[in-house]
Design a binder for this molecule. Sequence first.
Ligand SMILES: *Cc1c(COP(=O)(O)O)cnc(C)c1O
Length: 386
Amino acid sequence: MNIKIPFVDLSFQHQPIQNQIQQAIEKVLLNGDFVLGKALANFEQAFAAASNTAYGVGVASGTDAIALGLQACNIGVGDEVIVPANTFVATLIGVIRAGATPIFVDCDPETALIDLEAAAKIVTKKTKAIIPVHLYGQMVSPKQLFDFAESHKLLIFEDAAQAHLAERDGYKAGSVGIAAAFSFYPSKNLGAVGDGGILLTRDPEVAEKMVRLRNYGASYKYYHTDAGTNSRLDTLQAAVLLEKLPHLAEWNCLRLGIAQMYDAEFAAAVNGIIPMANQSGTGHVYHLYVVKITDSCSVSRQEIQETLANAGIQTGIHYPIPCHLQPAFTNLGYKLGDFPHAETLAKQILSLPMYPGLTLSQVKEVVAAIACTLSGEQQLLAVNGY
Ligand SMILES: *Cc1c(COP(=O)(O)O)cnc(C)c1O
């Protein structure tokens, strides 16, 4: 089947700045400073500044930014860390790799963001931190996070892997907690040409420790104060990211416009399908555009997905199995039924095509294809070559 509307298309981002990207790559090739080079330092500074915080430490992936970042915040063995059950599994892997104990909590079914009221009930003497995941590009409310963290004496460690330059209550993603992890996986709002990540922090001690941890734990060459690892953001990747960063705000703005178009089309045309709520207005950066296919919808999510696929429209599910039900983590002792909202969402959610460059007529086409599915016009769609 021909792909008519892909789930993600990065060419719109890369094509207009391809020359700049190539020149930046050539410059690194000439300099030869492939590891911990100049473009890395420049990018770290630029991304931290853009996110309204002080320090950036580039690492090999978002997962490493979480695992090493927690260690840099002195969170580890014996510490409990509260994480949402409905996140990408990397959040959980980061906590486990830091040696800490993940404690799951359910989410708000309207936004899919972590439920802080539920989190308040599971705080123990061992709880050291909470990881709000700014899921789908929407920040967890900073105001509510500050209240929560203050009343329970906890650290906030943001998983901002889906929320580059997102804003809420006047705060940028990455400026709320003691530290924040970002990913530059290619399809993230800011993506490298391969894997990459960064830890942002306003705390100079956390930044210093992170600089050691990513570089074999070395304080200076061949003198090791921490049992660190090798996890650095390549200078080449940083050079590419540095070229893309000035365009990020505009790309996020395009995502917002696309989301608003989807919202309007769904409100007008479709019953039983509810877009995830946006409670942060124009600060939502829509890494993903997610709708819920509710029970009152006349067809199942699977049927909708299949019909769209047959029409050449790609969709995704983020994520089909909540973390507490993943086979790798049964030893944590959770079971089906523990987090009803996360479990229901996993069955209902559907992510629609979303990327800067998706046109408004394509958005209309996606929603029209879904509307046709609901009114039993699949055959008609197929005949029309959708
Ligand atoms: C992508 C992502 C990560 C992991 O980032 P990688 O760079 O792929 O390691 C972590 N958390 C969330 C919420 C993500 O979406």
